[in-house]
Write a protein that binds this ligand. Structure first.
Ligand SMILES: [Mn+2]
Length: 250
């Protein structure tokens, strides 16, 4: 099987459209949507496009869970007003049914991929939709997290592409379609089978910015527009995530 891994779209419809057009040129058997679908400026349209695909399978990201449960700052563990405002706004764009569907998604998915064998797809790590795996993660921190039978694990969540050995596993980060931390604009995803092919698709970022400005999404400028125009570098973000991960348990 040949799988397109489409992660962390974050409601960036123009970026998703460009990636899906490119996927049409490849003969893929499955589009694996790796979570963090709706937390972004076009939740409704993004979900509709993805639900209309045949051959798509979905796993849930932390942001989908937070939108679906309308997580705000009155809940434990969320202190960030901006995230909360976007959670509530995105939830308001969806139906009750959509939220139930998002909440009920599985958190991992396994598929037999050409030449790679059985590959495990997850959002953060196999055991948590929030655990970070980055370019810089030390293998010891992830020893327990990666205790699964599959050799190859595909993740996302940290919005940076890589492929690296971690302990006895080969870990691929598919990158982010809608909100990459790659130092360079574009829509990032991965094609698996027979090789691991980390892909970057160009799209019209200026047109996407114009469309985002016309939404009522709160904090759209600082959270989404600034990020897609001027993505931070993977190395800088990896250092920040690794510092935070030192104090967390999953
Ligand atoms: Mn995430």
């Amino acid at each position: 099987m040949r799988v397109a891994a489409v992660y962390d779209v974050h409601g960036n419809l123009p970026a998703l459209d460009a990636v899906l057009r490119e996927i049409e040129q490849e003969s893929v058997d499955l589009i694996l949507v790796g979570g963090d679908i709706v937390w972004g400026p076009f939740p409704r349209e993004t979900l509709d496009i993805l639900l209309g695909l045949d051959r798509a399978r979905f796993i849930r990201g932390n942001a989908d869970r937070e939108v679906a449960t309308r997580l705000d700052t009155t809940a434990d563990g969320l202190e960030d007003d901006i995230t909360a405002a976007i959670n509530i706004w995105a939830a308001d764009q969806l139906t009750e049914e959509d939220s139930e569907w998002l909440s009920g998604l599985e958190t991992t998915f396994a598929a037999e991929v050409d030449d790679l064998g059985e590959v495990l797809f997850c959002h953060g790590s196999p055991r948590s939709d929030e655990e970070v795996i980055t370019l810089l993660s030390p293998p010891e921190r992830l020893r327990d997290a990666l205790r699964v039978r599959q050799h190859t694990i595909v993740c996302g969540h940290t919005h940076m592409q890589f492929q690296r050995n971690l302990g006895n596993h080969y870990v691929v980060n598919a990158g982010s379609v809608g909100m990459p931390y790659e130092g360079r604009p574009g829509a990032y995803w991965a094609l698996l089978g027979p090789r691991v092919d980390l892909r970057r698709t160009d799209y019209n970022v200026d047109a996407a910015v114009d469309a985002m400005e016309r939404t009522t999404c709160p904090h759209v400028q600082e959270v989404f527009i600034d990020t897609i125009l001027h993505p931070p570098s993977a190395a800088d973000v990896a250092r920040q995530f690794e510092a935070i991960a030192l104090d967390k348990t999953y």
